[in-house]
Design a protein around this ligand. Structure first.
Ligand SMILES: Nc1ncnc2c1ncn2[C@@H]1O[C@H](COP(=O)(O)OP(=O)(O)OP(=O)(O)O)[C@@H](O)[C@H]1O
Length: 264
């Protein structure tokens, strides 16, 4: 899918967040992304990945530190300006959401709407474009609540794309998707000219998709760099408590891991 917007840079420094100052779930996180970089955040359950994402999309206010998009602190922007820059695709989905698929995707245009005007031909064209690219045109009139988990996931990605953001933040976007849709979604995201930040439990998908990988454990970013730098046998094995072995790229198949339970 072509996208008229371009990615933005992101700079995070000294970021701390927790529900209370004595319970930090994100601890002294810092990293930089250039426009168009794709970051996969990996780490075991409870490592703080979703908490970090919440800080990045302004879902929670940091207790310390700064998050800047193209050099501008996100807390110095209006909520609308942040929404124009950052689109979010979360795991939680409202169960009873009385809207059609087309309506949900159209909601992505709200931050782009000027005043109280109705939807324009441009808005409708953007929605059709996103529906087509995520293979949703045939179900555009269906109630969102009647879709499968994977179909809902694709609708929420389509909504994010119609927002025309410069950064897309996704929490486990491949969770409900079958293998073909997982690969297609990551290919689609990879072909956008945007900055992407996503959590991914699948280390092999993370390595194949990302330009940068951040490894988290106990609220800290314990590794940040290229997939080859961060996803080593030792780091993956020790962080996840498994025995991880890398297999080199072969033909079309990228470098990948196999896993077994670690023997103590
Ligand atoms: N508001 C809160 N109050 C107390 N503890 C919390 C709160 N929010 C999250 N936690 C805890 O903080 C830890 C980090 O949660 P978070 O959801 O960020 O982890 P995660 O890396 O995304 O995990 P997963 O891979 O399981 O989705 C977890 O142990 C979680 O139970």
């Amino acid at each position: 899918m072509s996208c008229d917007t371009i990615g933005a840079s992101l700079s995070v420094t000294g970021l701390n967040w927790g529900p209370r100052p004595d319970l930090l779930l994100v601890k002294d996180v810092k990293f930089n992304l250039a426009a168009g970089d794709r970051l996969a955040i990996v780490g075991p359950n409870g490592a703080g990945k979703t908490s970090l994402l919440r800080c990045l999309y302004r879902g929670v206010a940091p207790l310390a530190g700064r998050i800047a998009i193209d050099g501008r602190d996100i807390w110095q922007m209006s909520a609308r300006e942040t929404a124009r820059n950052v689109a979010v695709v979360l795991q939680e989905m409202p169960g009873d959401f009385p809207f059609s698929v087309r309506d949900v995707v159209m909601m992505g245009r709200i931050p782009r709407r000027e005043g109280l005007t109705g939807w324009t031909d441009l808005d409708r064209a953007k929605v059709d474009h996103a529906l087509e690219h995520l293979e949703l045109l045939a179900m555009a009139g269906r109630q969102f609540s009647t879709l499968s988990g994977g179909e809902k996931q694709r609708v929420l990605v389509a909504r994010a794309l119609t927002q025309e953001p410069s950064i897309i933040i996704l929490d486990e976007p491949t969770n409900h998707l079958d293998i073909r849709h997982q690969l297609e979604l990551l290919e689609l995201l990879g072909n956008l000219n945007l900055t992407i930040i996503t959590t991914l439990h699948d280390i092999n998908l993370a390595g194949a998709f990302a330009t940068h990988v951040a490894m988290m454990a106990d609220g800290r970013m314990i590794g940040f760099g290229s997939p080859d730098e961060v996803l080593t046998n030792h780091a993956v094995s020790s962080t996840f408590g498994v025995s991880a072995v890398t297999h080199p790229a072969f033909g079309d198949r990228p470098r990948h891991f196999s896993f077994s339970l670690a023997t103590s």
